[in-house]
Design a protein around this ligand. Structure first.
Ligand code: AMP
Ligand code: MG
Length: 338
């Protein structure tokens, strides 16, 4: 299959492909998604094949506005509409009771479904014109870092999907926050573009799922099936070093081998001469760190790097999402100097 590269002007073609059951790479504000008509089981099955995604890992449905929730979900609680009012369109996915219209393959047979209303203008135009919910996981091959540009998605999906619509680099850079509203108190299953602190301004109490901060033990089941898989990993093994940036930079510098690579804050970009270095943004700029984390992880696959050392951001605010992705990429191999 030859994958067509579509500029924003050719968005109509993306809509046509989706309507007849094809797969299209679509930009969102979080990461690029691998989209299909979410009501067409055959089209959705093709997503799993293109990504090599395990069948038990459900997909998120993308809709243009909160009033579509009642079409695809049952017993929608008031909290869902309150959260939608505050954070939609935006990087928040809500887990709700699934309605009868949603195909089994979308939810991996579960009785709940993930719903999100994205903010990216071009993405909204496509979903609006299609007038159907779009099922879309991140556009990477299963296990790889998520793509935040059309070029990164093509690295994984060229020849496997009909087209990719280029909407420029993603503004957020990490996937959506996932909150489960079918349990009491609501539970944060995946940290993302909407922070825990922001959710707590709307919801009285939020429980954080154990899989967010640590590796699941064998046999232990996280509530978001996707959180159990090795994820976001570059080819070379990653070690994360936690603590004050001056200390972690020094610690890493002392341990680098000839072919080690480094992920660090901008302030330390010149601390590691002779090594492959990817900077995330300033130590104080969490939004920049979120935008750059996946490109940083991906970039080492093009270099002869045998091991990667990373300075860890703090895990507050957007930092909870960035550290979650980094720690997962490292298989939770973390050295704590704090
Ligand atoms: P991705 O779009 O690649 O970020 O993957 C979607 C994430 O949402 C995965 O981690 C899924 O396990 C999770 N997810 C989707 N639907 C549900 C659901 N109904 N319940 C719990 N987690 C879900
Ligand atoms: Mg993903």
């Amino acid at each position: 299959m030859k994958t067509q590269y579509l500029t924003p002007q050719r968005q109509k073609q993306a809509v046509e492909i989706l309507r007849r059951g094809g797969l299209v790479g679509i930009p969102t504000e979080t990461v690029y998604g691998l989209g299909a008509n979410g009501l067409d089981p055959e089209a959705v099955k093709a997503i799993f094949i293109a990504k090599g995604r395990p069948q038990d890992n459900p997909l998120i449905l993308h809709i243009p506005s909160p009033d579509w929730l009642s079409r695809y979900c049952k017993d929608v609680p008031d909290a869902a509409y309150t959260l939608a009012e505050r954070f939609w369109p935006g990087p928040l996915t809500m887990i709700l009771k699934r309605g009868p219209m949603v195909p089994d393959v979308v939810t991996a047979g579960m009785d709940t479904v993930g719903m999100r209303c994205p903010k990216h203008t071009l993405c909204r135009k496509v979903i609006g014109a299609l007038d159907l919910p779009v099922a879309a996981p991140s556009g990477n091959t299963s296990g790889r870092p998520s793509p935040t540009t059309a070029q990164a998605m093509l690295e994984d999906m060229d020849g496997r999907i009909e087209a990719i619509l280029d909407g420029g680099p993603c503004a957020v850079g990490v996937e959506s926050t996932i909150i489960d509203l079918t349990v009491t108190p609501p539970r944060l299953l995946r940290p993302g573009g909407v922070t825990l602190e922001e959710l707590e301004t709307v919801l009285e109490r939020v429980e954080v799922d154990a899989a967010v901060r640590r590796l699941m033990a064998p046999g232990e089941k996280p509530k978001a099936p996707g959180m159990k898989y090795r994820h976001y990993a570059p080819k070379a093994p990653v070690t994360v070093v936690k603590g004050r940036p001056e200390r972690t930079a020094e610690y890493i510098r002392e341990r680098l081998g000839k072919t080690s690579g480094v992920i660090c804050f901008d302030e330390y970009g010149d601390h590691f001469p002779g090594h492959a270095v990817e900077t995330l943004g300033s130590a104080a700029d969490q939004a920049a760190q979120a935008r750059h984390i996946f490109e940083a992880l991906r970039s080492f696959d093009h270099l002869d790097v045998t091991d990667i050392w990373a300075q860890s951001p703090a895990d507050t605010g957007l930092g909870l999402a960035v550290t979650n992705r980094l720690n997962k990429a490292a298989g939770f191999h973390i050295i704590d100097l704090s």
